[in-house]
Design a protein around this ligand. Structure first.
Ligand code: BTN
Length: 256
């Protein structure tokens, strides 16, 4: 057996599961790219706006929220890194990251929690991050939904939140198997969000809300107690100055 045996990705099975409800959908696997989000944003700006799942076996310049890097280095097993690009016809985008997080967590394990607005946590550590970007295309928008998921043990060096990895919960799982579990339900969840908004996801978010009832600090220094999310997905924080609604994705929230 070659030491560099190619990774077997379930591209066809995912395409077969998704394409009946999304006929122009495709799946593409790349050995390496700077960032799957950057690549789909470039393609969308160049007019390629069909729905696509783009998976990269490695990223050289993975990006996270708030201008941070998303590092794949320091992991014993390659992380799962992919972006789902979809044109979406909707006015209100608020809460999409919550719907995506609910779908990813639901596909993987009942013990996973969601840390507003974009992280999947296990026991207070970060298992996965979600980065959503959009491009205007005429009267509609193209959403690029990027997911980075730790599969095997990784070092905490350089990370703002200690890492968790999926093999803690599902021993032996690899990136292709994780993708197989996540991809088709995620496309379906985004389609549900497009027609019905955040409402169908709120109950599950509440049961998995990692911050609910906890003391938190916002990036502007405000302290308070997290009290769930409202119907638009804004985080509700009880502070000395009253109830604050945090809807800006630019705000970071840390449990104390
Ligand atoms: C975060 O934790 O702030 C979000 C991390 C998102 C990482 C994923 S990996 C696949 C996709 N491509 C990127 O460059 N970023 C996202």
């Amino acid at each position: 057996m070659s030491a560099t045996a190619a990774i077997q990705w379930p591209a066809e099975a995912i395409w077969e599961a998704v394409s009946p409800a999304l006929p122009s959908f495709s799946v593409e696997i790349l050995p390496q790219i700077d960032s799957t989000n950057s690549e789909l944003m470039r393609r969308a700006r160049a007019g390629q706006t069909e729905p696509i799942l783009l998976v990269a076996e490695s990223q050289t310049a993975g990006r996270g929220r708030l201008g941070r890097d998303w590092l794949s280095q320091g992991a014993s097993t390659p992380a799962l890194t992919f972006s789902l690009g979809m044109p979406l016809h909707m006015a209100d985008w608020s809460g999409l990251s919550l719907a995506v997080g609910v779908s990813v967590a639901r596909s993987l394990h009942p013990a996973l929690q969601l840390k507003w607005p974009n992280d999947v946590w296990f026991e207070g550590r970060k298992l996965a991050g979600i980065l959503i970007e959009t491009v205007n295309i005429g009267s509609t928008r193209y959403a690029v939904i990027g997911v980075g998921l730790n599969i095997g043990p990784r070092e905490a060096v350089g990370l703002s939140t200690p890492p968790a990895w999926l093999q803690e919960l599902l021993p032996g799982i690899d990136a292709p198997q994780a993708l197989q579990r996540i991809a088709a339900p995620l496309v379906q969840a985004v389609q549900v969000f497009e027609t019905q908004g955040l409402a169908p996801f709120l109950k599950t978010f509440a049961t998995r809300d990692a911050l609910a009832g906890r003391a938190v600090t916002l990036s502007d220094g405000t302290h308070g107690q997290a009290q769930g999310v409202d119907s638009s997905g804004a985080l509700l924080v009880h502070t000395d100055a009253g109830l604050k609604k945090i809807s800006s994705a630019e705000v970071s929230v840390r449990p104390v």
